[in-house]
Design a protein around this ligand. Structure first.
Ligand code: GRG
Length: 341
Protein backbone atom coordinates (compact mmCIF):
# COMPACT_ATOMS: atom_id res chain seq x y z
CA UNK A 1 0.00 0.00 0.00
CA UNK A 2 1.09 3.55 -0.63
CA UNK A 3 2.22 4.89 2.71
CA UNK A 4 1.87 8.56 2.04
CA UNK A 5 0.02 11.46 0.54
CA UNK A 6 -3.01 10.29 -1.34
CA UNK A 7 -4.22 7.94 1.32
CA UNK A 8 -4.08 4.29 2.04
CA UNK A 9 -7.10 2.99 0.23
CA UNK A 10 -6.27 0.67 -2.64
CA UNK A 11 -9.71 0.05 -3.96
CA UNK A 12 -11.80 2.76 -5.54
CA UNK A 13 -15.31 3.75 -4.71
CA UNK A 14 -17.59 0.72 -4.68
CA UNK A 15 -19.27 0.13 -7.99
CA UNK A 16 -22.56 -1.62 -8.50
CA UNK A 17 -22.04 -5.18 -9.58
CA UNK A 18 -23.03 -5.63 -13.17
CA UNK A 19 -26.18 -7.65 -13.52
CA UNK A 20 -25.92 -11.16 -14.80
CA UNK A 21 -28.50 -11.43 -17.50
CA UNK A 22 -28.43 -13.03 -20.86
CA UNK A 23 -31.08 -11.17 -22.82
CA UNK A 24 -29.74 -9.55 -25.94
CA UNK A 25 -29.62 -5.78 -26.03
CA UNK A 26 -29.61 -3.52 -29.04
CA UNK A 27 -26.92 -5.29 -30.96
CA UNK A 28 -24.80 -3.04 -33.17
CA UNK A 29 -23.36 -3.93 -36.50
CA UNK A 30 -20.28 -5.99 -35.73
CA UNK A 31 -17.07 -4.10 -36.30
CA UNK A 32 -15.52 -7.26 -37.66
CA UNK A 33 -17.26 -6.56 -40.95
CA UNK A 34 -14.71 -3.91 -41.81
CA UNK A 35 -11.84 -5.23 -39.78
CA UNK A 36 -11.04 -8.42 -41.57
CA UNK A 37 -7.63 -9.51 -40.40
CA UNK A 38 -8.41 -11.51 -37.26
CA UNK A 39 -4.78 -12.41 -36.59
CA UNK A 40 -4.20 -8.74 -35.78
CA UNK A 41 -6.61 -8.92 -32.89
CA UNK A 42 -5.45 -12.17 -31.48
CA UNK A 43 -3.91 -12.10 -28.09
CA UNK A 44 -0.36 -11.90 -29.32
CA UNK A 45 1.48 -11.58 -25.98
CA UNK A 46 4.06 -10.94 -27.37
CA UNK A 47 7.11 -10.59 -29.45
CA UNK A 48 5.61 -7.36 -30.66
CA UNK A 49 7.09 -4.23 -29.05
CA UNK A 50 4.84 -2.06 -26.92
CA UNK A 51 5.22 0.82 -29.39
CA UNK A 52 4.09 -1.37 -32.27
CA UNK A 53 1.24 -2.70 -30.16
CA UNK A 54 0.04 0.82 -29.30
CA UNK A 55 0.36 1.93 -32.93
CA UNK A 56 -1.62 -1.06 -34.13
CA UNK A 57 -4.36 -0.71 -31.51
CA UNK A 58 -4.61 3.04 -32.19
CA UNK A 59 -5.14 2.31 -35.88
CA UNK A 60 -8.01 -0.05 -34.99
CA UNK A 61 -9.50 2.51 -32.60
CA UNK A 62 -9.21 5.36 -35.12
CA UNK A 63 -10.86 3.26 -37.82
CA UNK A 64 -13.69 2.36 -35.45
CA UNK A 65 -14.16 5.98 -34.35
CA UNK A 66 -14.23 7.04 -37.98
CA UNK A 67 -16.93 4.50 -38.70
CA UNK A 68 -19.00 5.28 -35.61
CA UNK A 69 -19.03 9.09 -35.91
CA UNK A 70 -21.22 10.97 -38.37
CA UNK A 71 -19.28 11.91 -41.53
CA UNK A 72 -17.78 15.36 -41.72
CA UNK A 73 -19.95 16.28 -44.70
CA UNK A 74 -23.15 15.07 -43.06
CA UNK A 75 -25.52 17.93 -42.34
CA UNK A 76 -25.17 20.02 -40.22
CA UNK A 77 -21.53 19.99 -41.23
CA UNK A 78 -20.20 22.41 -38.60
CA UNK A 79 -21.01 20.20 -35.65
CA UNK A 80 -19.67 17.05 -37.27
CA UNK A 81 -16.48 18.85 -38.27
CA UNK A 82 -16.04 20.08 -34.69
CA UNK A 83 -16.66 16.63 -33.19
CA UNK A 84 -14.14 15.04 -35.53
CA UNK A 85 -11.64 17.88 -35.07
CA UNK A 86 -11.27 17.08 -31.36
CA UNK A 87 -11.56 13.31 -31.64
CA UNK A 88 -8.84 13.14 -34.29
CA UNK A 89 -6.64 15.90 -32.83
CA UNK A 90 -3.93 13.47 -31.72
CA UNK A 91 -4.82 12.23 -28.24
CA UNK A 92 -2.79 9.37 -26.80
CA UNK A 93 -5.83 7.02 -26.86
CA UNK A 94 -4.73 5.48 -23.57
CA UNK A 95 -8.23 4.70 -22.34
CA UNK A 96 -9.29 2.76 -25.44
CA UNK A 97 -5.92 1.02 -25.65
CA UNK A 98 -6.30 -0.06 -22.01
CA UNK A 99 -9.81 -1.26 -22.79
CA UNK A 100 -8.52 -3.49 -25.60
CA UNK A 101 -5.63 -4.78 -23.49
CA UNK A 102 -8.03 -5.61 -20.62
CA UNK A 103 -10.16 -7.66 -23.01
CA UNK A 104 -7.06 -9.60 -24.02
CA UNK A 105 -6.02 -10.07 -20.39
CA UNK A 106 -9.38 -11.76 -19.78
CA UNK A 107 -8.88 -14.08 -22.75
CA UNK A 108 -11.00 -12.10 -25.19
CA UNK A 109 -10.31 -10.36 -28.48
CA UNK A 110 -9.43 -6.69 -28.82
CA UNK A 111 -11.90 -6.35 -31.68
CA UNK A 112 -14.77 -7.25 -29.35
CA UNK A 113 -13.85 -4.32 -27.09
CA UNK A 114 -13.71 -1.68 -29.82
CA UNK A 115 -17.26 -0.37 -29.42
CA UNK A 116 -17.05 0.33 -25.66
CA UNK A 117 -13.48 1.62 -26.14
CA UNK A 118 -14.79 4.21 -28.62
CA UNK A 119 -17.64 5.22 -26.31
CA UNK A 120 -15.11 5.89 -23.55
CA UNK A 121 -12.88 7.94 -25.87
CA UNK A 122 -15.91 10.03 -26.93
CA UNK A 123 -16.83 10.74 -23.31
CA UNK A 124 -13.18 11.58 -22.54
CA UNK A 125 -12.94 13.97 -25.50
CA UNK A 126 -16.19 15.72 -24.53
CA UNK A 127 -14.78 16.29 -21.04
CA UNK A 128 -11.59 17.81 -22.48
CA UNK A 129 -13.53 20.16 -24.80
CA UNK A 130 -15.67 21.39 -21.91
CA UNK A 131 -12.74 21.53 -19.50
CA UNK A 132 -10.93 23.88 -21.91
CA UNK A 133 -13.83 26.35 -22.16
CA UNK A 134 -13.39 29.91 -20.83
CA UNK A 135 -15.82 29.13 -17.99
CA UNK A 136 -13.67 26.20 -16.89
CA UNK A 137 -9.89 25.97 -17.39
CA UNK A 138 -9.88 28.51 -20.24
CA UNK A 139 -7.18 26.95 -22.38
CA UNK A 140 -6.09 27.70 -25.94
CA UNK A 141 -4.24 24.51 -26.73
CA UNK A 142 -5.18 20.84 -26.54
CA UNK A 143 -3.58 17.84 -28.19
CA UNK A 144 -1.15 20.25 -29.85
CA UNK A 145 -3.90 22.17 -31.63
CA UNK A 146 -6.13 25.17 -30.87
CA UNK A 147 -8.88 24.09 -28.47
CA UNK A 148 -12.36 23.56 -29.89
CA UNK A 149 -13.68 26.96 -28.82
CA UNK A 150 -10.61 28.66 -30.34
CA UNK A 151 -11.14 26.84 -33.63
CA UNK A 152 -14.95 26.97 -33.83
CA UNK A 153 -16.17 29.49 -31.25
CA UNK A 154 -17.59 28.84 -27.81
CA UNK A 155 -21.12 27.93 -28.85
CA UNK A 156 -20.00 25.26 -31.31
CA UNK A 157 -17.47 23.88 -28.80
CA UNK A 158 -20.16 23.48 -26.14
CA UNK A 159 -22.36 21.69 -28.67
CA UNK A 160 -19.49 19.51 -29.94
CA UNK A 161 -18.87 18.34 -26.36
CA UNK A 162 -22.59 17.73 -25.84
CA UNK A 163 -22.82 15.84 -29.12
CA UNK A 164 -19.83 13.62 -28.31
CA UNK A 165 -21.28 12.80 -24.91
CA UNK A 166 -24.62 11.91 -26.50
CA UNK A 167 -22.86 9.89 -29.20
CA UNK A 168 -20.99 7.95 -26.50
CA UNK A 169 -24.34 6.61 -25.32
CA UNK A 170 -25.53 5.87 -28.85
CA UNK A 171 -22.33 3.88 -29.32
CA UNK A 172 -22.43 2.03 -26.01
CA UNK A 173 -25.98 0.96 -26.88
CA UNK A 174 -24.41 -1.02 -29.73
CA UNK A 175 -22.37 -3.41 -27.60
CA UNK A 176 -23.15 -7.08 -27.77
CA UNK A 177 -24.26 -8.88 -24.63
CA UNK A 178 -22.03 -11.59 -23.29
CA UNK A 179 -23.12 -14.37 -20.99
CA UNK A 180 -22.50 -12.25 -17.90
CA UNK A 181 -23.02 -8.67 -19.08
CA UNK A 182 -25.79 -6.94 -20.95
CA UNK A 183 -25.92 -3.68 -22.84
CA UNK A 184 -27.81 -2.27 -19.87
CA UNK A 185 -24.80 -2.92 -17.61
CA UNK A 186 -22.59 -0.87 -19.92
CA UNK A 187 -25.08 2.00 -20.22
CA UNK A 188 -25.60 2.18 -16.49
CA UNK A 189 -21.87 2.18 -15.81
CA UNK A 190 -21.06 4.79 -18.45
CA UNK A 191 -23.78 7.06 -17.07
CA UNK A 192 -22.51 6.68 -13.51
CA UNK A 193 -18.93 7.37 -14.60
CA UNK A 194 -19.82 10.53 -16.50
CA UNK A 195 -22.24 11.73 -13.84
CA UNK A 196 -22.35 14.01 -10.85
CA UNK A 197 -20.45 11.76 -8.46
CA UNK A 198 -17.53 10.85 -10.73
CA UNK A 199 -16.37 12.84 -13.81
CA UNK A 200 -18.52 15.89 -13.16
CA UNK A 201 -18.17 15.46 -9.39
CA UNK A 202 -14.37 15.54 -9.73
CA UNK A 203 -14.57 18.60 -11.97
CA UNK A 204 -16.81 20.47 -9.50
CA UNK A 205 -14.45 19.77 -6.61
CA UNK A 206 -11.53 20.82 -8.82
CA UNK A 207 -13.27 24.11 -9.71
CA UNK A 208 -14.21 24.82 -6.12
CA UNK A 209 -10.71 23.95 -4.97
CA UNK A 210 -9.01 26.66 -7.05
CA UNK A 211 -7.25 29.26 -4.93
CA UNK A 212 -7.83 27.08 -1.86
CA UNK A 213 -5.68 24.64 0.03
CA UNK A 214 -7.30 21.21 -0.25
CA UNK A 215 -6.32 18.43 2.10
CA UNK A 216 -4.71 15.23 0.83
CA UNK A 217 -7.95 13.21 1.06
CA UNK A 218 -9.76 15.99 -0.81
CA UNK A 219 -7.16 15.96 -3.58
CA UNK A 220 -7.52 12.20 -3.81
CA UNK A 221 -11.29 12.56 -4.18
CA UNK A 222 -10.77 14.99 -7.07
CA UNK A 223 -8.39 12.54 -8.78
CA UNK A 224 -10.77 9.64 -8.26
CA UNK A 225 -13.57 11.56 -9.95
CA UNK A 226 -11.89 13.38 -12.78
CA UNK A 227 -9.34 10.76 -13.79
CA UNK A 228 -9.51 7.32 -12.15
CA UNK A 229 -13.23 6.77 -12.75
CA UNK A 230 -13.17 6.83 -16.57
CA UNK A 231 -9.87 4.98 -16.78
CA UNK A 232 -11.32 2.25 -14.58
CA UNK A 233 -14.46 2.07 -16.67
CA UNK A 234 -12.35 1.66 -19.82
CA UNK A 235 -10.64 -1.36 -18.26
CA UNK A 236 -13.87 -2.83 -16.91
CA UNK A 237 -15.55 -2.47 -20.31
CA UNK A 238 -12.67 -4.40 -21.87
CA UNK A 239 -13.13 -7.13 -19.28
CA UNK A 240 -16.91 -7.16 -19.75
CA UNK A 241 -16.55 -7.52 -23.52
CA UNK A 242 -14.50 -10.66 -22.80
CA UNK A 243 -17.14 -11.98 -20.38
CA UNK A 244 -14.78 -11.48 -17.42
CA UNK A 245 -15.41 -13.36 -14.21
CA UNK A 246 -16.28 -11.41 -11.09
CA UNK A 247 -12.75 -11.71 -9.71
CA UNK A 248 -11.20 -10.62 -13.03
CA UNK A 249 -13.45 -7.56 -13.07
CA UNK A 250 -12.55 -6.74 -9.48
CA UNK A 251 -8.86 -7.01 -10.32
CA UNK A 252 -9.31 -4.66 -13.31
CA UNK A 253 -11.20 -2.22 -11.07
CA UNK A 254 -8.39 -2.22 -8.52
CA UNK A 255 -5.81 -1.88 -11.30
CA UNK A 256 -7.74 1.02 -12.89
CA UNK A 257 -8.20 2.87 -9.62
CA UNK A 258 -4.51 2.86 -8.75
CA UNK A 259 -3.38 3.43 -12.33
CA UNK A 260 -5.83 6.35 -12.56
CA UNK A 261 -4.40 7.99 -9.45
CA UNK A 262 -0.85 7.45 -10.75
CA UNK A 263 -1.89 8.87 -14.14
CA UNK A 264 -3.17 12.09 -12.57
CA UNK A 265 -0.13 12.48 -10.31
CA UNK A 266 2.12 12.15 -13.38
CA UNK A 267 -0.10 14.63 -15.22
CA UNK A 268 0.42 17.12 -12.38
CA UNK A 269 4.18 16.50 -12.36
CA UNK A 270 4.35 17.05 -16.14
CA UNK A 271 2.34 20.25 -15.79
CA UNK A 272 5.23 21.54 -13.65
CA UNK A 273 8.18 20.03 -15.46
CA UNK A 274 7.38 19.60 -19.17
CA UNK A 275 7.09 22.21 -21.90
CA UNK A 276 3.87 23.34 -23.57
CA UNK A 277 5.31 22.09 -26.85
CA UNK A 278 5.91 18.61 -25.49
CA UNK A 279 2.55 18.40 -23.69
CA UNK A 280 0.45 19.79 -26.53
CA UNK A 281 -1.42 21.76 -23.86
CA UNK A 282 -0.46 24.80 -21.80
CA UNK A 283 2.11 23.87 -19.16
CA UNK A 284 2.13 25.45 -15.70
CA UNK A 285 -1.64 25.88 -15.47
CA UNK A 286 -1.96 24.36 -12.02
CA UNK A 287 0.37 26.90 -10.41
CA UNK A 288 -1.33 29.77 -12.24
CA UNK A 289 -4.75 28.75 -10.99
CA UNK A 290 -3.36 27.84 -7.55
CA UNK A 291 -4.65 24.31 -7.72
CA UNK A 292 -4.04 21.88 -4.90
CA UNK A 293 -2.23 19.03 -6.59
CA UNK A 294 -0.17 16.14 -5.32
CA UNK A 295 3.19 17.82 -6.11
CA UNK A 296 1.94 21.10 -4.59
CA UNK A 297 1.12 19.22 -1.39
CA UNK A 298 4.12 16.93 -1.04
CA UNK A 299 6.70 18.22 -3.52
CA UNK A 300 7.96 16.76 -6.79
CA UNK A 301 9.95 13.94 -5.23
CA UNK A 302 7.06 12.96 -3.00
CA UNK A 303 4.73 12.99 -5.99
CA UNK A 304 7.12 10.83 -8.01
CA UNK A 305 7.24 8.23 -5.27
CA UNK A 306 3.45 8.40 -4.93
CA UNK A 307 3.08 7.69 -8.67
CA UNK A 308 5.49 4.74 -8.40
CA UNK A 309 3.70 3.41 -5.37
CA UNK A 310 0.28 3.63 -7.03
CA UNK A 311 1.65 1.96 -10.14
CA UNK A 312 3.01 -0.88 -8.02
CA UNK A 313 -0.37 -1.24 -6.32
CA UNK A 314 -1.95 -1.37 -9.77
CA UNK A 315 0.49 -4.07 -10.89
CA UNK A 316 -0.17 -6.09 -7.73
CA UNK A 317 -3.86 -6.18 -8.63
CA UNK A 318 -3.04 -7.94 -11.90
CA UNK A 319 -1.47 -10.95 -10.22
CA UNK A 320 -4.62 -13.06 -10.65
CA UNK A 321 -4.02 -13.09 -14.42
CA UNK A 322 -1.53 -15.52 -15.92
CA UNK A 323 1.76 -13.82 -16.73
CA UNK A 324 1.39 -13.87 -20.49
CA UNK A 325 -2.13 -12.47 -20.22
CA UNK A 326 -1.24 -9.57 -17.93
CA UNK A 327 1.96 -8.69 -19.80
CA UNK A 328 0.47 -5.89 -21.93
CA UNK A 329 -1.27 -4.21 -19.01
CA UNK A 330 1.97 -4.37 -17.03
CA UNK A 331 3.85 -2.77 -19.92
CA UNK A 332 1.20 -0.09 -20.33
CA UNK A 333 1.26 0.78 -16.61
CA UNK A 334 5.05 1.19 -16.70
CA UNK A 335 4.83 3.16 -19.92
CA UNK A 336 2.31 5.56 -18.35
CA UNK A 337 4.51 5.98 -15.27
CA UNK A 338 7.45 7.01 -17.45
CA UNK A 339 5.55 9.04 -20.01
CA UNK A 340 6.80 12.48 -21.00
CA UNK A 341 3.51 13.97 -22.24
C1 GRG B 1 -17.44 17.14 -17.45
C2 GRG B 1 -16.50 19.43 -18.04
C3 GRG B 1 -16.31 18.07 -17.46
C4 GRG B 1 -15.15 17.74 -16.95
C5 GRG B 1 -14.90 16.47 -16.30
C6 GRG B 1 -12.17 14.89 -17.18
C7 GRG B 1 -12.44 16.24 -16.67
C8 GRG B 1 -13.52 16.44 -15.66
C9 GRG B 1 -11.72 17.27 -17.08
C10 GRG B 1 -10.66 17.14 -18.09
C11 GRG B 1 -9.37 17.77 -17.71
C12 GRG B 1 -8.44 16.93 -16.97
C13 GRG B 1 -7.08 17.46 -16.74
C14 GRG B 1 -8.81 15.77 -16.52
C15 GRG B 1 -7.97 14.86 -15.82
C16 GRG B 1 -7.77 13.64 -16.66
C17 GRG B 1 -6.66 13.85 -17.60
C18 GRG B 1 -5.27 13.81 -17.08
C19 GRG B 1 -6.96 14.09 -18.87
C20 GRG B 1 -5.97 14.15 -19.94
O1 GRG B 1 -5.89 12.82 -20.42
P1 GRG B 1 -4.83 12.36 -21.50
O2 GRG B 1 -3.47 12.80 -21.10
O3 GRG B 1 -5.30 13.22 -22.76
O4 GRG B 1 -5.03 10.92 -21.75
P2 GRG B 1 -5.23 12.84 -24.32
O5 GRG B 1 -5.35 14.19 -25.02
O6 GRG B 1 -3.91 12.18 -24.61
O7 GRG B 1 -6.40 11.96 -24.61
Amino acid sequence: QCPDSLGRGRSGPKRGRAQRRTNRGIAGQPLTCFLHTPHLFHNAMCEQSLNDYITEQCALIDAALDRLLPAENESPETIHKAMRYSIFAGGKRMRPVLCLAAAEACGGLAVDALVPACAVEMMHTYSLIHDDLPAMDNDDLRRGKPTSHKAFGEGVAILAGDALLTEAFAVIAQVDDTERYTVRDYVRELAATGGSTMLIGGQILDLEGEHKQLSEPEVRTVYEGKTAALLTTALRFGGMSANATESQLEALTDFGYNLGLAFQVIDDILDLTASTEKLGKTAGKDVNSQKSTCPALIGLDGARSEAKCRTQAALDALMIFPEERRARLVELANYLLNREY
